[in-house]
Design a protein around this ligand. Sequence first.
Ligand code: ADP
Ligand code: MG
Length: 615
Amino acid sequence: MSEQSESASPIVGIDLGTTNSLIAICDEAGPRVLGGVVSALVPSVVFFETDGSRVVGAEAVARGTNAPSRMVSSSKRFIGRTASEMRAFAAASGVELCEGPRGLAGFVIDGARVLPQEVSAEILGALRARAESELGVPIDRAVITVPAYFDDAQRQATRDAARLAGLRVARLVNEPTAASLAYGLGRAAQAGELVVIYDLGGGTFDCTLLEIVPKTEGLETDCFQVLATAGDTELGGDDIDRAIVDYWNRHPSGPRLADSARCLAVAARLKCALSTTAFAEESITLGGQSITLALTQSELDSIAAPFVDRTLACCRRVLRDAKVSTDAIARVVLVGGSTRLSLVRREVAKCFGQDLYLALDPDRVVALGAAIQGAILSGNRRDLLLLDVLPLSLGLETVGGATTKLLMRNTPIPARATEKFSTSMDGQTSVKLQVVQGEREFVEHCRSLGTFHLTGIPPMPAGIPQLEVVFLVDQNGVLSVRAVERRSGVTAVLQVIPSYGLTEEEASRMDSESITHAREDMRRHRVTDLCVHTKLDIKWISDALKRVRSALEASYVLDLERRLAQLSAMVSAAEADMDSVDPEAFSSLKQGLDVASIRVHECAIAHSIRGTSIG
Ligand code: ADP
Ligand code: MG
């Protein structure tokens, strides 16, 4: 392969976690995590200094104690998601959100927009620098792990983050799959052995069922086939920390604690201490008053129980999907810092009816597995092969907002599927296709990955064109879609307008843009929004005015028409040149129209009620 000879530098493995990130390498000496014993775990936190420079990791956490608004943590929870999807979560965790391109969630730092991709890129950059200084060679390729449950948009956004950090992604690997590699489960296994990977970290949970096919079965390599996977991208140790603070707040005689970073940090420390003791406490000064926060093992168990129950429900779903019973499971592997909770160990062992597999450090397993995959890709290891599956079904919107699934959840990847259909109207020359991801039957419950326009179809009677859509998922779990009209042989144009993720152009633009440009983007975004809403308002108001004009006094109608004309002119000017209009002036004109149009709407409603009661 050309990729192997192209560069002599090693392919590193990166566990880009919600809470902690690690970088590892696998060379002649075997797989190992870089950064030493003490600081291998880099907190996935970035601090933005007033001079524009950025600080990553433990130092960022320290800087953030006094200026929390300049610190971003848990960017992985936001990556590839829209602002509206994340609004409730952001409000609960005190994060100031804004909208990026196509509604993507962005953070507001110092009045400027920072996308989660940029935050993750800082973390990747810091890990890369660490590896370069420790190994003494330049690093430009990496295997990066993602939760098995990440959808296409989240995977794409992770790739964008790597690109911003100057890293080429040799492969995106699911975290549980990486863990199975680190355990070298293939070599010790019997043919067809089934393994469950239970990964509970700071922000995400995954449960994955793998089948091991060792190389004795006539294969050249060991093979890890993912049979089923399920998870929750909003479930982890962070949630338990918040629940501990809530618990203290419910105590009638206790002090009122804010959901502040400091209280959460105390909760996290006591929670971790309880892995080895039955009681833990810590004193802090709040509002000049010294208070002692304490937690017992049994209190922690009851606080964590609902979260652990949710993880077990996911595990049962995985077994159901794969039609496998617990006695068929040969091993259960625990991964992620939160699996140190004694309740997790007890309940998972009980759920699967067996002892757990705990030989490796649950914090490092995923990074080690990623490094092993890196070694395989660079040609250093030939004894292992990975097979993965699709985490969520992929399909198309059909008539009436229903969906057709082309590729089902848990299909092994790479995968390909084709769907044939035709036009519904005579002379139709274009078709709009919406690609959706999810298990539900209706589009509104699934996630839209993008809208595709197949244009240039020669006019034919309805039902005659032979349209074909091909879905292709590569080994990274990234989707590409192609549409063709077969009968005419005309190469129809497929325009891809992704609803999520960054386009090639946007990612490279972001690369060179400073934070000042982000402000400019925000201004333009606002003007675009105003245009869209104003055009709709103008249409509604004009329609209503047409119907009830005679019932309104002439001076009011005249004033309303003047406002409508002013705003139409403003929209035209903005559409001709985005920068020529002042968003403040635009917004206040629109507010004027909003207020002035109340009467015409009221009148139109009264009119239509009268209309129906008479008719
Ligand atoms: P992620 O994969 O999301 O980055 P990690 O696997 O690094 O997360 O796990 C971090 C989480 O593990 C944090 O919520 C942390 O509080 C929790 N954690 C770490 N050690 C312990 C422990 N001894 N007991 C309970 N939770 C722990
Ligand atoms: Mg993890």
